[in-house]
Design a protein around this ligand. Structure first.
Ligand code: ADP
Length: 291
């Protein structure tokens, strides 16, 4: 299955150009769409999910034209929005069954099998009779995944999925996503670099509505190989780097500052050449380095 996004543009009535001529080709596996808040990720996700329309361009899932045949798209789509509204007084199994009916799974036996197997898969079997209002953030997220998987979707969209999760919940969520990712298209929209580094076989970076780069993470980071330097320096020295155009990132580390710079040669005494990471690529891209 292939998702082809071609020259999509969207300007909101208030004049914000949320998407500018975005083109992408996405195949099976987990695709990471990375960008800071306000970059246009949700706008793109909602457009792909046929929840809103673009001004220009086209989106094809296989031979389905998303804008023209929303119903066909919906039958193949699993969508996990940023905030998944749940009904606090309903049990997990009852709501999932209800949602399965809404998705058109009419046969009661097939529905039962699918609902039960999904509850197992997301590790909510023991809590299936519990009311959703009693669920933790991580449990709600797993419920969200289960409902997104109903009806055997070929395209799964998850919008900022790990924002409210602690590191352990995030890890579990990643494992779950990687299990389902092989035979379907999963699009993961996030501003968290680690989500992409951990999971994605393909990625793109979006900024101010523009697609800055796309490709395979391992190939993309080759662009900055031999250029990422790291040093541990005093805070006052780090401050002088504030406006340095080579600065990728800096963070406190054992009372000093760990600084990463993008430079063709040794940028400062004591700096060592480092393996490039997705985070370096991300900072370099959003800070408009020419790479
Ligand atoms: P992201 O998901 O990357 O945070 P969004 O797609 O939500 O980005 O937003 C992209 C830009 O479009 C932002 O500047 C945002 O303020 C604006 N925007 C989003 N939705 C609307 C809307 N319904 N009306 C007007 N502007 C919007």
């Amino acid at each position: 299955m292939k998702l082809t996004v071609e020259n999509i543009s969207k300007t909101y009535p208030n004049g914000v150009e949320a998407l500018k001529n975005v083109s992408l080709e996405i195949t099976n596996g987990i695709f990471g769409l990375l960008g800071p808040n306000g970059a246009g990720k949700s706008t793109l996700m909602r457009t792909i999910a046929a929840l809103q329309e673009a001004d220009d361009g086209s989106i094809m899932l296989g031979d389905i034209d998303v804008a023209k045949d929303k119903q066909a798209l919906r039958e193949m789509l699993g969508y996990l929005p940023q905030e998944f509204g749940v009904y606090p007084k309903v049990s997990a199994i009852d709501l999932l069954d209800h949602m399965a009916i809404m998705k058109g799974i009419a046969d009661a036996q097939i529905r039962k099998e699918q609902v039960e197997s999904l509850l197992y898969q997301v590790n909510l079997w023991e809590s299936k009779e519990q009311k959703l209002g009693t669920f933790s953030g991580g449990m709600k997220q797993r419920f969200g995944i289960a409902q997104a998987l109903l009806g055997d979707p070929k395209l799964i969209i998850v919008d900022e999925p790990t924002a409210g999760l602690d590191p352990m919940q995030r890890n579990r969520f990643h494992n779950l996503l990687s299990e389902i990712g092989e035979n379907v298209i999963v699009i993961l929209s996030t501003h968290i670099v680690d989500d992409v580094s951990d999971l994605c076989n393909d990625m793109a970076i979006i900024l101010n509505g523009e697609l800055k780069l796309s490709g395979k993470p391992l190939e993309l980071i080759k662009k900055i190989e031999g250029k990422v330097w790291q040093g541990l320096i005093e805070k006052d020295v780090a401050e002088t780097l504030e406006d340095d155009e080579r600065l990728i990132s800096k963070r406190l580390y054992m009372g000093k500052v760990k600084v990463r710079l993008l430079s063709d040669g040794e940028p400062m005494k004591g700096f060592k050449l480092n393996e490039p990471e997705i985070e370096d690529l991300y900072f370099a891209t959003i800070n408009d380095f020419r790479i």
